[in-house]
Write a protein that binds this ligand. Structure first.
Ligand code: ADP
Length: 480
């Protein structure tokens, strides 16, 4: 099939979170399986500076109407592997910036224009494809208007660019909400301005557009597909989702075994597998050395790598600080995000320097070392569409402690509930839920036979993309 993916992030070129990992692995796997795949992403400065993209050929000049004005830009293209072409929608004024979406304090004021230009540029770039795409697959709010913009462009130009469209929600919290005054820049007919179109409590909501106008909608785990139909998780869009229930599918992400595999991981000081865990002990030592913590083999190390935001349950962690202060345990946190959480985690870790360490940065190498060198991995998320770290940690022989929500529920089996199949501990996403799980983890760590059996089960679980790719292929065929 000819499949076009449109997304704001693409591993390994540009990443702020799981979106990049998921899209990067999906396009690679689909190309390996024989499909002709295009990935269309914004030409961010960070991406253009990478060696792979530096030589990207100029493929097309862009003249994009944005309301009454025209934005000029260009499409560049490069092909990192057979059957995969990456198209970059470039315009320095939009994408030559330090951050992808904001300056660290606030979102950029012109995000509506930046990502409208991106989506309209993506539609123009499709003219470079050899024939009509079978599927245009759009991801998250930055590409959510594309199914609608595409159909309108086809109507205007009387050409068919794509047979069918698929829209995937990686996190329903981020909706692409903009003041209605930006509607003019869409150049869409006025009927889309109203409540039956993009309007959402007086604003323009792009995610709503994706939900209404894509042929199929997916999200990244079966449990999250259920959850977003409820007011507790739907972030106000549960009513719109209800109208598309029959077209909504929950397909769990896989993980990339060429990047996340302790047997070949070049970012680790030692490698290991489920048969021989000596390398894991070496990684544990390296992690202790890096963080300046001391621990014997009997002192469990809890690792955490995430954006420091409300979603990730930082409040639950902070409310359980007594556990980390009083018990014979160690805690390592790597992350950055909201200032209030950065300061609170820093203060907690600095209050007990030998016991806890906080690294406030983006650090791919350290994130691998934490996965490998910890004994438990903490994911007390309040909601989690799919989550990747709980899968990485199982593969790295580090037992996840994960709240019982979204993709965490779908990928972690609780040891106390299923002693013969369990690979971690799950708990209600509350302060007490986490407290209880932490206590259970101490008992588990004190029982090496039980701990290692769970560890080996996790390490041999198949989280590869083959299952996910097969599910997407089937969806593409069914929609076509
Ligand atoms: P989300 O997309 O909500 O941030 P996911 O668990 O789906 O959460 O994916 C997060 C990805 O980003 C993981 O690969 C994780 O290791 C990585 N990550 C998050 N924070 C950091 C950090 N400070 N340094 C390195 N990697 C990080």
């Amino acid at each position: 099939m000819k499949i076009v993916h449109v997304a704001s992030e693409l591993y390994p070129y540009v990443k702020t979170g799981g979106l990049a990992d998921a899209v990067g692995a999906l396009v690679t796997t689909l190309a390996e399986r024989g499909h002709e795949v295009a990935a269309i992403v914004p030409g961010y400065r960070a991406l253009l500076d990478r060696p792979e993209a530096a030589g990207a050929a100029r493929a097309l000049r862009l003249h994009i109407p944005m309301g009454d004005v025209t934005y000029v830009g260009e499409v560049r293209a490069f092909s990192p592997r057979p059957r995969l072409t990456v198209y970059l929608i470039c315009r320095d004024e939009c994408f030559d910036r330090r951050g992808l979406y904001g300056n660290g304090e606030r979102d950029y004021e012109d995000n509506a224009h930046r990502f409208l230009f991106f989506q309209k540029g993506a539609i123009e770039a499709m003219s470079l494809l050899d024939g009509t795409a079978d599927i245009v697959h759009c991801h998250d709010w930055q590409a959510a208007l594309l199914p609608l913009l595409l159909r309108e462009a086809e109507r205007r130009t009387r050409t068919v660019l794509a047979a069918k469209t698929v829209f995937t929600i990686h996190n329903i919290l981020f909706q692409g909400l903009f003041p209605m005054r930006h509607f003019d820049a869409t150049n869409l007919p006025p009927e889309y301005r109203g409540i039956d179109g993009l309007e959402f409590y007086g604003q323009m909501n792009w995610l709503k557009g994706g939900l209404l106008y894509a042929d199929k909608i997916t999200t990244v785990s079966p449990r999250y597909a259920e959850e977003i139909q409820t007011p507790a998780f739907g972030c106000g869009l549960e009513g719109v989702i209800a109208t598309r229930r029959g077209d909504l599918h929950g397909l769990i992400n896989g993980i990339d075994p060429t990047v996340w595999n302790p047997a070949i991981d070049p970012l680790l000081p030692a490698r290991y597998n489920s048969e021989d865990l000596a390398g894991k002990a070496a990684c544990r030592q390296a992690l202790l050395k890096l963080t300046g913590l001391e621990a014997t083999a009997k002192t469990p190390i809890y690792g955490m790598v995430c954006r420091l935001t409300e979603q990730k349950g930082i409040n639950l962690l902070l409310a359980n600080k007594d556990f980390f202060l009083k018990e014979k345990v160690r805690l390592v946190v790597l992350g950055s995000g909201e200032k209030r959480y950065e300061e609170a985690v820093k203060a907690l870790c600095e209050s007990a320097p030998g016991k806890m360490a906080f690294a406030h940065r983006l650090d791919e190498g350290m994130s691998h070392l934490i996965e490998a060198g910890s004994d438990f991995f903490l994911m007390p998320s309040l909601f989690e569409p799919c989550g990747l770290n709980q899968m990485y940690s199982q593969v790295y022989g580090t037992l996840p402690l994960a709240s019982d929500v979204g993709g965490l529920s779908d990928t972690v089996i609780d040891l106390d509930r299923e002693p013969r199949a369990g690979t971690g501990l799950t708990f209600a996403a509350t302060i007490e839920g986490l407290r209880h799980a932490l206590k259970r983890s101490l008992r588990l760590f004190a029982d090496p036979a039980r701990y290692s059996a769970a560890q080996r089960r996790g390490m041999t679980k198949d989280f590869g993309w083959a299952t996910a790719a097969t599910a997407y292929e089937k969806l593409y065929q069914d929609v076509g």
